[in-house]
Design a protein around this ligand. Structure first.
Ligand code: UGA
Length: 472
């Protein structure tokens, strides 16, 4: 039997909404607060503002049973013992995280406190934010001893967020005393004692009653750093393989074989070694910059992170140049762009390499017709339809009469295109793949000129391999 905890989640973005619904799923009572009234109304009617597997079912299962949505922060704070702060921490002008939303909600929490509360940092924040929250609470007259601040970073990925939350690799709790740590232990008990996985309607995944979740308790500062360091390390892996891909390409080696060969070493592992257009999204770019800034503030020269960022930015330039050299000139060319989201399985376009590449192509005089299974509506906000930008309802419609197809996002459906249909739609059979979704030999067999990342390009007999131009 779950020891039910009353949990208030502040913010209903990716992290807040997923956490709120999942806490209800593991048996807690949850009040999710957001100051966006339209969003709260939508959620109360069962509408889901983000594209996320399992979220609609879980929301339907728990709405007005385990979880309720409100704009009333004071109500949430008064009713609950644990208050999860999951508001945005966007990138500020210096690369540091902008913590003004965190400060604003902490001030409001302070005004509503009516007993012992555990304030939990769920948003990604720089080290020592726990101390600032504590100081802010004191400044607003909240007595020491009536609250604790805990860091409980979230490691979920967009698209698989619900599965990541309920079947986590690890749960990290950074608490500076036992009382607060125990509240977090109770909250996660159904996952750490395995009782959640024993339920017949639990979400299937890698964890089970016999193999439940691991919970690591450490100091608040260490937990804050674990989050930044984990994201920065994953970004580093991606930049590393991208740098190797450029080397591979210049010596006609194959980055996919190289990544497989490296990944078989259990110390390295195969994950996050996919070369391509580089990382995007709302987390890696922001967190690499913020972690670099944090180190600088502490007098630590973490230049490596600056290199990670530079390599990532260069990947898009390199891809853009590939498109140009495959097509000779860009002005007046009609291109089909497959993908707008920053990765497959999401409608999120924040810091999407796909969007950046499309903007560059349009600036160079090309016209682009884009297709994405989920992100078109969001993309229209930053790339409105115009003479040079249009949207299609399928990959084949986008390819109609185009000079080439560009694969910009790793959606599963882009890895299973019908090449005969694609060939019929296109003006020229050219595919430039920024996500390495196909094998060059297969594409050659299908009659395509195929340019990808970190692998020798495949040319059809008619097209022939262009001579390397040496520019002086
Ligand atoms: C990332 C982390 O993976 C999560 O653990 C973390 O909780 C989250 O940030 C966060 O801080 O909120 P997410 O941004 O959803 O999750 O996306 P990822 O799946 O990590 O992908 C990030 C970017 O890296 C994407 O643009 C993806 O295409 C790219 N990527 C990923 C590669 O280019 N190569 C790879 O091998 C893997």
């Amino acid at each position: 039997m779950t020891n039910q905890v009353s949990i208030c989640v502040l913010g209903s973005g990716y992290v807040g909404l997923v956490a709120a619904v999942c806490f209800a799923e593991i048996g807690h009572r949850v009040i999710c607060v957001d100051n966006n009234e339209a969003k709260v109304n939508m959620l109360n009617e069962g509408g889901v503002p983000i594209y996320e597997h399992h979220l609609p079912e879980l929301l339907g299962k728990h709405l007005n049973r385990g979880v309720e949505f409100t704009t009333n922060l004071a109500y949430g704070v008064e009713e609950c013992e644990a208050i999860f702060i999951a508001v945005g921490t966007p990138q500020g002008s210096t690369g540091s995280a902008d913590l003004s939303y965190v400060e604003a909600v902490v001030s409001e929490i302070a005004r509503a406190v009516n007993g012992y509360k555990v304030l939990v940092e769920k948003s990604t924040v720089p080290v020592y934010t726990n101390e600032w929250i504590t100081r802010c609470m004191h400044r607003h007259g909240v007595e020491p001893g009536t609250f604790d601040v805990v860091s409980n970073p979230e490691f979920l990925r967009e698209g698989t967020a619900i599965g990541d939350f309920l079947h986590p690799d690890r749960i990290v709790v950074g608490a500076n005393n036992d009382r607060a740590a125990d509240v977090l232990r109770s909250i996660y008990a159904p996952l750490t004692d395995g009782s959640y996985f024993a339920k017949s309607d639990s979400l299937p995944g890698p964890l089970s009653q016999e193999n439940p979740a691991k919970l690591l308790v450490t100091s608040a500062q260490s937990a804050e750093i674990i989050k930044h360091a984990s994201n920065a390390f994953l970004a580093l892996k991606i930049s590393f393989i991208n740098a190797v891909s450029n080397l591979a390409e210049s010596v006609d080696a194959d980055i996919e074989d190289i990544a497989a060969g490296m990944g078989l070493d259990s110390r390295i592992g195969p994950k996050f070694l996919r070369a391509g257009l580089g990382y995007g999204g709302s987390c890696f770019p922001k967190d690499v910059a913020a972690f670099y800034w944090v180190a600088q503030q502490q007098g630590v020269d973490f230049q490596l992170l600056e290199e990670v960022r530079k390599i990532n930015a260069t990947q898009q330039e390199i891809f853009f140049n590939k498109v140009r050299s495959a097509l000779w000139t860009l002005r007046g060319k009609k291109l089909a762009a497959l993908g707008l989201a920053f990765k497959g399985d999401t409608d999120d376009i924040r810091d999407s390499p796909a969007i950046d590449v499309i903007k560059k192509l349009i600036a160079a005089g090309a016209t682009v017709t884009a297709y994405d299974p989920a992100a078109i509506e969001k993309a229209k906000g930053v790339l409105p339809a115009s003479e040079s930008m249009s949207y299609a309802a399928s990959a084949y419609e986008a390819a109609e009469n185009a000079d080439a197809v560009l694969i910009l996002t790793d959606w599963a459906e882009f890895a299973e295109l019908d090449m005969v249909r694609l060939d019929q739609a296109l003006k020229f059979p050219i595919v430039i793949d920024g996500r390495n979704l196909y094998k060059p030999a297969y594409m050659r067999e299908q009659g395509f000129t195929y340019v990808s990342v970190g692998r020798p390009a495949a040319y059809t007999a008619q097209q022939g391999k262009p001579k390397r131009l040496v520019l002086s």
